[in-house]
Design a protein around this ligand. Structure first.
Ligand SMILES: CC1=C(CCC(=O)O)c2cc3nc(cc4[nH]c(cc5[nH]c(cc1n2)c(C)c5CCC(=O)O)c(CCC(=O)O)c4C)C(CCC(=O)O)=C3C
Ligand SMILES: [Fe+2]
Length: 388
């Protein structure tokens, strides 16, 4: 691995898509990780915020969300179920690829999965990270942690890790949201007879807010995505696809909103916050809100707490009916879509034959140099992309 910061022209010209078939020994399911009991909560939060100088008061604030659920994050069970569902789908399709699971921030850690892979003699892994969009937190940080885990375990020269493309516009990921929005609108139409869906319903697509500086640097700079970067552009493009498919072309108002902001108030993050957006709706005559957790692959703490608790409460406070649409979780479309993404790399599928529902994709197999770098944390080597 090279530690040189500036990309050589040759590296910058590397392949965007890999259309040579690649032999893999296993799939690496890479996730965030979460505490499994009250005693894990603070050590977990220290792992997450390592090197960021997040004060203890803020850690306690976040700890409180976990404490309310017995110190257990829902994410681990979600990943156990996803791993089992992937294994079942692979077996059904006669694909002989074992699935290893490793997290960035809690047991089972990435390094444990890599040691396991090494002991089993695996040399070539294809990673699926449980995160669909482009940004530091949702792509590059996984790739940096791959590099760090290979380094820590002394497996850098032995094991290689590739990563499937960001799958925000893959039909397997998008279809569950289409189904969810369709059902929510149908339910409101039934609950409120004669509701004018073009005025009285609003669809809020919500995702994790990120620092504006990270948003601006998300995706390859050369693509010119503007101040909110590829991160916001990808969400907007997917939201448009979901609305078109779920409404059959009826003009129902929607907007992209953000949630789960952290960091100091002086630091700009993407806005508007979902709760502020909800507060504006009654004045416009809206009666019913469809909350679509477009940025989340499964029912994370952010979904259970910030949406099911706080955002639905905001709806109630403002006299609005609210429905939160399901996350993909282990929806069969999502699970088989993830297997399709692995097969793209196994088979070296030509780009034109790859499924992608927006004009932005199919996204890169091989991340561009410097893509999604974090200016606050500084340069760190990353794997599964072009050097550096
Ligand atoms: C874009 C994004 C996703 C992508 C969606 C995805 O990958 O799915 C994501 C996922 C997750 N984030 C999670 C939890 C946390 N995120 C934190 C902090 C932060 N997240 C950020 C962004 C994102 N985060 C950012 C910019 C920060 C601030 C750090 C900084 O200063 O740069 C903190 C620290 C405390 C705090 O600051 O709130 C915690 C505890 C969990 C686990 C939840 C569970 O247990 O179910 C998951 C899946
Ligand atoms: Fe987060």
């Amino acid at each position: 691995m090279t530690l040189v910061r500036d990309a050589s022209p040759a590296a910058a010209d590397g392949p965007e898509h890999v259309t040579e078939p690649t032999a893999y020994d296993a799939i690496l399911l890479a996730s965030f990780g979460g505490p499994e009991g009250q005693d894990d909560v603070i050590p977990f939060l220290r792992n997450v915020t390592r090197g960021r100088g997040i004060p203890d008061e803020r850690l306690e604030e976040v700890a409180h969300h976990y404490r309310a659920f017995g110190g257990v994050s829902p994410i681990n069970d979600q990943n156990r179920r996803l791993k089992a569902a992937l294994e079942a789908e692979l077996a059904d399709r006669g694909i002989d690829l074992p699935v290893l699971w490793g997290n960035r921030n809690w047991d089972p850690y990435l390094r444990e999965a890599l040691i396991d892979a090494g002991e089993r003699g695996y040399r070539s892994l294809i990673a699926i990270a449980t995160s669909a969009y482009s940004s530091y937190s949702s792509c590059r940080q996984y790739r940096e942690d791959f590099a760090a885990a290979l380094d820590e375990t002394g497996l850098s020269g032995t094991i290689t890790i590739d990563k499937v493309r960001q799958f925000f516009d893959h039909p397997g990921f998008v279809q569950p949201f289409i189904d969810g929005v369709f059902s929510a609108i149908a339910e409101f139409e039934q609950r409120f007879e004669g509701i004018d869906v073009t005025r009285e319903i609003e669809v809020l697509f919500t995702t994790h807010s990120i620092p504006s500086a990270d948003a601006e640097r998300s995706g390859p700079a050369a693509r010119g995505f503007g101040p909110e970067g590829a991160y916001a552009a990808q969400h907007r493009a997917v939201a448009e696809v979901v609305m078109a498919a779920a409404t059959g072309g009826v003009d129902i108002p929607w907007q992209l909103v953000y949630q789960s902001r952290s960091g100091p108030p002086t630091q700009p993050w993407l806005e508007p916050d979902i709760n502020d957006a909800i507060a504006e709706l009654p004045a416009r005559g809206v009666k019913a809100v469809v909350i679509v957790p477009l940025g989340f692959v499964s029912d994370h703490m952010e979904v259970m707490w910030d949406l099911d608790n706080e955002a639905l409460e905001s709806c109630e406070e403002h006299g609005l009916a609210g429905i939160r649409v399901p996350t993909p979780g282990v929806d069969p479309n999502y699970v088989s879509g993830l297997v399709d993404l692995v097969l793209e790399r196994v088979n070296g599928t030509p780009v034109d034959d790859r499924a992608s529902l927006t004009d932005l994709g199919p996204w890169y197999d091989v991340c561009r140099p410097g893509c999604c770098e974090n200016v606050r944390l500084g340069f760190k080597p990353a794997d599964a992309g072009l050097a550096p």
